[in-house]
Design a protein around this ligand. Structure first.
Ligand SMILES: [Mg+2]
Length: 257
């Protein structure tokens, strides 16, 4: 029996489907209140939120947001976020006597607590980019849609379901899988009957990592220009022959094989 060739579309979540930057700032502050008792207010000062939105492009994984909010409070310059974020994460963890996993747990707990207390408020602190969830729902009739995110799965799932996007268990890969997007893309490409893999991402560094893997040379790459990328990221994406730059109007208009 012939298998129908499947076209896979793997989507990043934050910065492609959902603008969660404000929520991330608030959750980071709430998590930080457990670590730094001098943070006494339940909400971050508005100028910290504004600064956090500026440095959001350099966030890769959720728990780093807690350190980033601390760096915002300490008034650090852009270059510290751009070039030394992981060093700062390790430095604060050493000061606090905790590890990366503790930061993940602390950040997740702050979010869980917010969701438990005020689910509607938590969902409402996110904005889905115009038209994207409708496009995903339509695309699912023809394509195999996956979401690859560095968020914990339960948060991404709750948000997607609030928009009527219900993905089976094996279509959503979150932080807890502990796998790189490159690794997941390779596995998806090896799947039976898979004819094409398309990957949509707003983080230039992640696209550069995919470009560096020879086994992923057939994956079609798209840079989501509406996400958290910097102007320099956009210039890079426009000049990179394997990357197609999408504005929101082009979202899910896949390249022909
Ligand atoms: Mg992203």
């Amino acid at each position: 029996m012939a298998t129908v060739a499947s076209v896979i579309v793997a989507l990043d979540f934050d910065g492609v489907l959902c603008d969660s930057a404000r929520e991330t700032a608030f959750s980071a502050w709430r998590a930080g209140r457990e670590l730094w008792p001098e943070w006494t207010t339940t909400e971050p000062p508005p100028e910290y939120v504004a600064r956090f939105l500026q440095v959001r492009p350099w966030l890769e994984t959720g728990h780093q947001a807690v350190t980033m909010m601390r760096m915002v409070a300490d008034g650090l310059a852009d270059a510290e976020f751009a070039d030394h974020l992981e060093e700062h994460c390790r430095e604060y963890q050493a000061q606090l006597g905790c590890g990366r996993e503790d930061m993940v747990t602390c950040f997740g707990r702050a979010r869980d607590e917010w969701i438990r207390r005020d689910l509607a408020g938590w969902l409402g602190s996110h904005d889905f980019y115009p038209g994207v969830t409708a496009a995903v729902r339509r695309a699912r009739e023809l394509l195999d849609v996956y979401v690859l995110t560095t968020k914990q799965e339960r948060f991404a799932r709750a948000l997607l379901e609030s928009q009527g996007v219900y993905l089976p268990e094996d279509r959503l890969y979150g932080l807890e899988r502990g796998r790189s997007k490159e690794d997941i893309l390779e596995e998806l490409g090896r799947g039976e009957g898979c004819s094409e893999v398309h990957f949509v991402e707003d983080r230039a560094e992640t696209l550069r990592r995919v470009l560096a893997v020879p086994a992923l040379s057939a994956v079609r790459l798209y840079y989501a220009a509406w996400g958290y990328g910097t102007p320099a990221d956009l210039v890079w994406a426009q000049a990179e022959p394997r990357v197609r730059v999408w504005g929101l109007a082009e979202f899910l208009e896949l390249d022909a094989p």
